[in-house]
Design a protein around this ligand. Structure first.
Ligand code: ADP
Ligand code: MG
Length: 350
């Protein structure tokens, strides 16, 4: 009897394997979310099937985009801008996903010794305004005056942020406080969407929001499943090699922070967008940092934090975390990685 069951099971397995429908690789790209390009790659039996899934992903990401937007209002939505606009005025009732993001960001603030601080808004706004102006009119580009940055830094204490979880309200008690979730929101949103898709049974997809990459499973490859191959960008614009290396992932996130993303130039010097809360200036140890982790929210927060922290502090932080690996490119072009990073490297891609 037992033998019979086994034979039957084997036959059934063979039939299912033999009947597996052929899938084709599809890719969708769209703009307008998180101020960057979103790319979705997947394998489906038909274009229609893939398009329907891509639309669903787009809609879900758009919901997070509206909630986490600090620049625009949306009718009927209390978002991060609403919280900022009500600083010093009143608590704002918000969607539970905003509460989740803020609690996550607060935890990351403590975990990174304050390197990632979403209450750094007043300082980041000054850099944002000077950068925007400097890009519009490069000849008149200026570095923000020190006294402006120092004055703004007085209103950046994250401890001041009041989150009432029971009431689902958020309050910035000083009118000069501002939240900026640029360092964490994309990764957090991508993770939430990926988990939702996984819960719905999606077993293979690759999401990228401006290079914030999160894989669901691997990719179909003939009879089995192969890892996704992700190229890590070379931060040196002068190098003839556009990629540092390739990493192979199944279900992990890969997130990079780099000087090449957003910057402007004053008198030949580049000023990028990741600001060290201690110096109030762009962090200058590295030209890029890449983090691999199963959680894209964590990878995003850490890539920003590791970009700011000295190498020894960052290495210690990463080695103390389970399932997190990182790759640093120093200002002088040296490439350093955490102990387990090489396990993700495509052979001979180094
Ligand atoms: P990107 O979003 O461009 O891929 P990051 O994830 O590193 O890169 O986030 C950079 C953004 O985070 C900046 O544009 C700014 O809005 C914000 N930011 C910069 N420095 C800090 C900091 N020390 N703490 C928190 N947020 C920061
Ligand atoms: Mg980040």
């Amino acid at each position: 009897m037992r033998r019979l069951t086994l034979v039957f099971l084997l036959v059934l397995l063979m039939v299912t394997a033999g009947c597996r429908p052929k899938t084709t690789r599809y890719q969708a790209e769209f703009l307008g979310l998180f101020d960057t390009v979103t790319t979705i790659i997947g394998y489906a039996e038909s274009k229609e099937e893939f398009t329907a899934l891509a639309r669903q992903v787009q809609e879900q990401l758009a919901k997070y985009h509206r909630l986490f937007d600090i620049y625009h209002n949306y009718e009927g939505v209390n978002n991060l801008k609403t919280i900022n606009d009500h600083a010093g005025v009143a608590p704002v009732k918000v969607d539970r996903e905003i509460i989740a993001l803020l609690l996550f960001a607060k935890a990351q603030y403590y975990a990174t010794g304050g390197a990632v601080n979403i209450a750094l808004g007043p300082v980041l706004k000054i850099w944002h305004d000077y950068r925007t102006q400097g890009i519009l009119d490069p000849h008149a580009a200026e570095v923000p005056p020190r006294h402006l940055l120092v004055e703004a830094a007085r209103y950046t204490t994250l401890e001041g942020l009041i989150i009432d979880e029971a009431a689902a309200t958020v309050y910035l008690p000083d009118a000069r406080m501002r939240l900026d979730v640029g360092a964490v929101a994309k990764g957090f949103a991508v993770e939430r969407v990926a988990r939702q898709l996984e819960a719905e049974g999606v077993s293979s997809l690759l999401l990228s929001v401006g290079g914030n990459i999160r894989a669901i499973g691997g990719k179909p490859d003939g009879k089995g499943v192969a890892p996704w191959k992700i190229g890590i960008k070379n931060p040196d614009p002068e190098s003839p090699v556009p990629q540092l290396c390739n990493v192979l992932i199944r279900g992990e996130a890969v997130v990079s922070s780099g000087v090449y993303e957003r910057y402007y130039t004053v008198d030949g010097t580049r000023y990028h967008h990741i600001i060290d809360p201690h110096t109030l200036m762009p962090a200058d140890y590295f030209t890029s940092v890449t983090v691999i982790s199963r959680d894209s929210g964590l990878a995003d927060a850490l890539s920003t934090a590791l970009f700011i922290l000295p190498l020894e502090t960052g290495l210690e932080l990463v080695e103390g975390l389970d399932g997190v690996e990182a790759l640093w490119v120093t200002d002088s072009g040296e490439v350093i990685s955490s102990a387990g990073f090489s396990a993700y490297l495509e052979e001979q891609s180094w």
